[in-house]
Design a protein around this ligand. Sequence first.
Ligand code: 4AD
Ligand code: MG
Length: 465
Amino acid sequence: MKHTPIKAALQCRDFGSTLTVAGWVRTRRDSKAGLSFVELNDGSSTRNLQIVAPKELPNYQSQVQKLYPGCAITVTGSLVESPAAGQAVELHAREVTLLGECDPMKYPLSKGRISFERLREVAHLRPRTNTFGCVARVRNCLAMATHRFFQERGFYYFNAPIFTASDCEGAGEMFQVTTLDLNNPPKNPETGKVDFQQDFFGKAVNLTVSGQLEAETHACALGSVYTFGPTFRAEKSNTTRHLSEFWMIEPEIAFADLQDDADVAEDYLRALFTAVVQECPEELDFFDQRIEKGLKERLVRLSTAKFARITYDEAIQLLEKNADAFEFKPYWGADLQSEHERHLAEKVFNGPVTVMNYPKEIKAFYMRQNDDGKTVAAMDVLLPEVGEIIGGSQREERLDLLEARIRELGMEPENYWWYLDLRRFGSVPHSGFGLGFERMVRFCTGMANIRDVIPFPRAPREIEF
Ligand code: 4AD
Ligand code: MG
């Protein structure tokens, strides 16, 4: 079947032409003149196409007058210049076909405005609302802009595994994967601990928290690569910024130091803002009016923004000047809290900030150690409103230093033998970063809760679908 997307039909000015459209009814109004007006939406736009259905249609009484919100129909008719205000065109129906009926007493979206909390309980239907339709389209735009950005710069798309036996971030936030009987797991008679040798993969396995370690193998062979896939973290943080399953984009670049890394990160962010501004004007207008005033202007400004670059030392000095304003006192050695990150981006720099060279104690084992013996070549990119959007670093390419750091942290170098091999055989300086995709979608839509920018959010005690 050939039908015209409603977004295209609304832009068409070929009056008198015959079109077929398909979608879901938003509302129906019957007029005394023996006509019905049906607002039809197919998810291509926030705007509906008005269908004018005359009583002469053979199924007028039996079906058209029983079209309720949610009913699926196709309509063939002629495109007419609309006399009504607020719409340029309408479709005068010659044929209305009911594809799927929808009981108004049972359909969860029958009633007007519904809270986002309630919509989360019907996450399978919420993409039919204007808000979630817009979120889905912005998400699509950001995903495609990601591929375009990296492809145009010669990065190869790399698929990291989901099951893994190594912990990238070392933060102990991994979901275990097992086929062992949890009520009666086999035990090692000597240690009394669970014997993972009898498990499916013959060792303890978890869902990946990051594809970085694996991406490094390909960067150290192909030059520049990027992942774009799901990652999993069993953090108990029940916040509007954390998900247990989220998508991450992780570029990894060979022959690149920390400054090169920050250059790519900042260019990438500007490219994403530019893409949404250019490709999603209707969605941004919607979010600007309904969700967050000033959103559109902020994204336009960011699409060409210069990023401030400061060191962690400088960040702490700036924060200490304002120590009274924070719940958590900033001091050298402490990780930056969300309130600190936002203060830097919103109050101090009024724009994005890249913070570099964090204390090694608060960062992961693989980061390159700086000559001061205290810090590592890490960088976080901070945005207003959300705080950390990107975390990255130059990787430790010196075998002896990396091995020593792994030991120092009580980890076993043997478990990282293949990762260390990259430092044994033709080691090169290399760098990369990770962007939390949902944090970006949230930022570009103004949605308050990260659960509302991923189709089916996974968070502690939340996995209905
Ligand atoms: O800073 P993170 O933990 O860095 C890494 O995982 C590195 N391996 C990346 C790399 O260098 N290749 O995570 C990267 C980003 C964060 O800046 C944040 O935007 C996002 O991932 N993120 C989350 N997003 C949603 N829910 C969570 N629980 C997140 N944890 C991190
Ligand atoms: Mg981080």
